[in-house]
Ligand binder design. Structure first.
Ligand SMILES: Cc1cc2nc3c(=O)[nH]c(=O)nc-3n(C[C@H](O)[C@H](O)[C@H](O)COP(=O)(O)OP(=O)(O)OC[C@H]3O[C@@H](n4cnc5c(N)ncnc54)[C@H](O)[C@@H]3O)c2cc1C
Ligand code: FES
Length: 328
């Protein structure tokens, strides 16, 4: 089977039975990947023409913009034309399973905990990626985004305690500093794109702030001079956390500023009153050529993605980390 690769216009041959990713790698086609098992979404690419069988890699609005597949899980059934994303933004941090020691567990807000882990082996990741943490048996595994950058000594996670959540509601009583937990990752395709000078709009609600902080710090601390705007949404003032970190970044870097939105604020609040989508509509009428990073509840991610495309953002430059609940 012949595959024409866009945008590079190379033609490669895929042998029968091999995955699209195998065909790419055999032919030195640049493509990002991590888990090789269909979990992380990093190897997502777009089918322009032809028949490709495999799980869809697009949910919600992205699915309306074409057929996206996971290269590591898909096979070509006919001659095809496949578009690979961002040839100059390739990341390959092979997914690993490691033991990590819990070195800190404290409260960031009434319902948000900071978990700090130390690994004995190096754990490379790109800002914005996540890990699967296994707190106890396999049904105690959940995904959490790294809140720091790879240069930090300690891995940091922000975990919202979900009422009656099968894992999070037990963390306050089960987590003991000094204990070991299993870490698997890194995973996720919503990582910082570094090779551009486009303005960046980051939108986070709740603990969506964790991957967004990682992306913002990753950009600022590596010297990116892109204008970076954050919209950080919560219900009320007591649900906010991390303002001291945001203030320190805004004081240190002229190219970073942030807006807080509260959708259940009292009338007298100094913060923007409304949803993050209302703040997008108010402050960002034209998002053409912007890079958009979204993280938090799936409904917010869908609504913010729609608000951004309506204002000219390219769906391919919207990187979204929706905190879908676990099936187990
Ligand atoms: C890629 C990815 C990254 C994630 N990163 C983070 C992160 O950095 N920080 C973080 O706190 N969470 C994050 N999550 C969510 C996390 O993996 C768990 O789903 C969450 O902690 C709930 O687990 P639980 O076992 O307590 O709840 P479950 O028992 O799995 O769910 C209980 C109920 O709560 C609902 N629910 C689940 N999560 C939420 C929520 N956040 N808000 C409201 N209702 C919810 C479920 O629909 C279900 O009805 C991420 C999820 C994904 C997929
Ligand atoms: S490498 Fe294909 S989904 Fe993770």
């Amino acid at each position: 089977m012949e595959i024409l690769i866009k945008p590079t216009n190379q033609t490669i041959l895929a042998s029968a039975g091999s995955t699209l990713l195998d065909a790419f790698l055999e032919n030195q086609i640049p493509i990002s990947y991590s888990c090789l098992s269909g979990r992380c979404g990093t190897c997502r690419c777009k089918v322009i023409e032809g028949s490709v069988s495999g799980p869809s890699a697009a949910e919600g609005r992205l699915a309306q913009h074409g057929q996206y597949v996971l290269a590591c899980q898909s096979k070509v059934d006919s001659d095809s034309v496949i578009e690979i994303p961002e040839v100059d933004e390739i990341i390959t941090h092979p997914t690993k399973t490691l033991k990590a020691e819990i070195v800190g567990y404290d409260e960031l807000a009434h319902d948000v905990r900071r978990l700090r882990l130390k690994t004995t082996k190096t754990y490379d990741y790109s800002p914005g990626q996540f890990s699967n943490l296994t707190f106890w048996r396999e049904d105690g595994t959940r995904s959490y985004s790294m809140a720091g950058v790879v240069e930090d000594d300690i891995l940091e996670f922000h975990i919202r305690i979900v009422p009656n959540g099968r894992v999070t509601s037990k963390l306050d009583s089960e987590i003991k500093v000094g204990n070991a937990i299993k870490l698997n990752g890194p995973l996720g395709a919503s990582y910082l794109r570094r090779k551009n000078s486009d303005p960046m709009l980051c939108v986070a609600t709740g603990t969506g702030l964790a991957p967004i902080l990682s992306i913002i710090r990753g950009a600022l601390e590596s010297g990116m001079s892109n204008d970076i705007h954050l919209i950080y949404g919560a219900r009320t003032e007591i649900d906010l956390y991390g303002i001291d970190v945001l203030d320190a970044l805004a004081n240190k870097y002229d190219n970073f500023r942030y807006t807080i939105t509260l959708d259940h604020a009292p009338k007298a609040s100094a913060y923007f009153q409304g949803l993050v989508t209302e703040a997008i509509a108010e402050y960002f009428p034209d998002l053409k050529n912007w890079r958009i990073y979204l993280a938090g509840a799936p409904a917010m991610v869908e609504a913010a993605s729609l608000a951004c495309t309506k204002r000219g953002a390219d769906i391919e430059q919207i990187y979204a980390d929706a905190f879908y609940p676990s099936g187990v």
